[in-house]
Design a protein around this ligand. Sequence first.
Ligand SMILES: [Zn+2]
Length: 102
Amino acid sequence: MDHHRISPEVYRRTVLAYHGLPVVIAFALVGAFFAVFLFTSSFAWSSLAAAAPSGFLAWRWVLAGRQIDRWGCPKCGGSFPRKTYSGSPPKACTRCRARLGE
Ligand SMILES: [Zn+2]
C-alpha cells in the first residue's frame, strides 16, 4: 500500500469511520448489554457480551486514528504536527491549506 498517495475516497472513508465509531461503540455497548440482559438476566454475562464487540470496535477506532496519523495530508503528504493533531485530524492542512475529512 502506498502511504504517500492515498486516494481522497479512502481517506474520507477512514476519517468518517474515525468520527462515527465512538457512536457505534456506544450503541454496541448499550445494545449488546440489554439484549443479553433480556435473555440471561445476568449482569456479569451482559457486561461480558457488551465488552467484547465494543473492545473490538475501540481497537478499530485506534487503528483508524493511527492510519490517519500515518497518512498525514492526502494532498501534500505532509504529516500533521502532534500538538494540533491530538487524536483527530485538523479541519485543514497546516501546510497546503487543503480542507480535510469532508
Ligand atoms: Zn497538505
